[in-house]
Design a protein around this ligand. Sequence first.
Ligand SMILES: Cc1ncc(C[n+]2csc(CCOP(=O)(O)OP(=O)(O)O)c2C)c(N)n1
Ligand SMILES: [Mg+2]
Length: 353
Amino acid sequence: MQRLVEAVPPAAVTGGPNDPVLRPSALDPSQLRLAYRWVLLARLLDDKTAALYRSGLVPGGAFLSKGQEALSVSLAMQLQPGDIYAPLIRDTAGRLAFGETIQDALRSCIGSPLGPMRGRDGNVHRGRPKDGYLPMISHLGAIPSVVNGALIARRLQGKPMGIGATCIGDGGTSTGAFHEAMNQAAVERLPLVMVVADNQYAYSTHRSRQFACDSLLDRAVGYGVDGHAVDGTDLAACMQVMDRAARRAREGCGPQLIVANLLRLCGHGEHDDASYVDPALKESHVGRDCVKAAADWLIAHGMAAPGELSKMQTDVSAELEKAVDEILRDPAPDPNVEKWTALATAALRENAS
Ligand SMILES: Cc1ncc(C[n+]2csc(CCOP(=O)(O)OP(=O)(O)O)c2C)c(N)n1
Ligand SMILES: [Mg+2]
């Protein structure tokens, strides 16, 4: 009898401190320095966003990425032209590495008509769909299905699929939509790179109230996909694990589930003082600051000199200040002249000229 379904190789689950993939010698120092520059810029941009929020210049909310920069940048740096990227709220670093400008990020926050959402956001729901950069959907768990859909559309059109990369929090993994998307991606063997940022809390709900398994990595087996564990506070480890996952997705090994352990080093949003976070967690390994840890690591492994990193900090701060000066001179949106459409401005839609 003819087989309707091709036999698939068993999914591999990897990760942990003894993982052979984690070899500093396998890393490209220039890529790591570049990654560090993005995480630094993301951190300073977050600080600036918080300051603008406190000054009343952000009409929506300010949701920061503190503690998640290393994870976020590592995913985005694997992407190539033609891939799909659907970042979530704590992906400031990934967005920058994917090519978003500081001006676009800030203009979205302050609701400037010169930003990608032309004054309709005041938050983080920005994107440029025609560049494969999908605007975030607030409803937790909804975006992975959209990435699946974009990949399947390419398959049906006979176009190269590239890979689709997205991220979700520990809380978001409890939604039915997330399970449906993972299951669909597994059955269709889509090149989906799904990163779970297990940052210990969803708002104030601790992960122990979210799932009963030890690690969300256990789910990889159930979905029948490759699973990778990574220390989300370790830039070098994140870069290596993401490189492996993205390569496997490109090579046709199907969806890749990466589960990172880390801690949200800020409130859910700037309106939240996060006083419910267990102080012991802040003192533990997950509570370490990935930006500072990356700087220490680069110096300790001879991949950057201290002077080089301080110069980088000065340059990045100057770049940011210049961008802030620029966007604060933007006019306010004028509803009488804006050509707003339901999804995004016409010029940013796929197939727009
Ligand atoms: C389906 C759905 N339920 C509830 C919410 C409200 N909400 C927004 S963010 C959030 C917590 C998200 O936690 P997590 O997924 O762990 O991500 P984190 O904020 O920790 O990065 C909740 C409950 C939502 N946006 N969508
Ligand atoms: Mg969380």
